[in-house]
Design a protein around this ligand. Sequence first.
Ligand code: GLY
Length: 396
Amino acid sequence: MLNNIVKESLHGMADEPHDSRQFYDELISAREHVLKLISRNLTDFGDRFPAETCVNGYYPLTENVEWTTSFWTGQLWLAWEMSGDDRYRAMAERHVRSFGLRIAGRHDTNTHDLGFLYTLSCVAAWRLTGNTEARGFSLLAADALLERFHDKARIIQAWGDLSDPDQAGRMIIDCNMNLPLLYWASEQTGDKRFAEAAYEHARQAARYLVRKDASTYHTYYMDITTGAARYGNTQQGYADDSCWSRGQAWGIYGFTLSYLYTGDRELLELAKRLANYFLNRLPEDGVCHWDLALLGTDALRDSSSASIAVCGLLELCKHLPVTDPERAHYLHAAQHIMSSMTRDYLARLDDPCNGLLKHSVYHLASHKGVDECASWGDYFYVEALVRMLQSWKPYW
Ligand code: GLY
């Protein structure tokens, strides 16, 4: 059964009834297909985790390190929700223990990406199964994330050791997706410090990472001693003054999530402005180039940004009144992008590849994950599928 919100967009938008039937059939076959791919990876990955992106089509396998391992755990939870097959739950629960050891020993936890890591593994476990150990691990991760908050600058530092002068006071747009862990921690414990830090960070991100035209800097430096704003630049985008597609997608989804927890409508309006900027800079099939400034060139696409944007748009629409003039446009755009990804970017079973969503770009300048599958692209494609096909309670 299609999710009501998607059904509604189809009624409003599909030119012919068969368009909506065709989209529905596409999603149903995609669900069956991704379950086959995830099931194959379950066997092949065993207890290990896929690296950030594929290399020549295949994920190298790693221990539970770096910032992306939970995107595989998240796929397992989604696969369990889609199929009811307990093999997925059993492996996701093994991952929860691995994430427990990781945070207890503070192994590779010097990053704001604790939000991604613990939301999709342990918070998901708690929400779905009431796993109290997972709840505890998530709260430890929230403590570690809160340590990265700078009181004067009112931001969470993205990368590096807090004593590293090169990374001091640097916030990045991606962090918006790490904030739900903090909001959740306040809900669970009644300790407001987590949610206050998350909200302060979201406000600073809105103020400094977002430019006047609603494009975004990837990163922005604050002075941690005085709290003064310094300057924005890029790490993974085309140029300091361009708009890195994935950053914009993280912004659409992330500001919407901060609205969800805080009720601050300015953040929802901001998410809309970011969405408009993004949607106005897409090629015909709706799958963005890796930087939005590269529209009209033959630059590579970044399907991972497209999948994040679809999830962000669907979440955004849940909070807009039906009278909102842009709501139908967002739903239609989400459907168009999803359809393109499903038809032209989803890996086939016999492709020389073990990822799900082909043609992502991780970091072009450093030759990392260029035109490969990315673990987060795979995760958000599956999240989008679940969002469209069933009524789904977000892990975020
Ligand atoms: N958060 C890092 C990236 O999106 O590449």
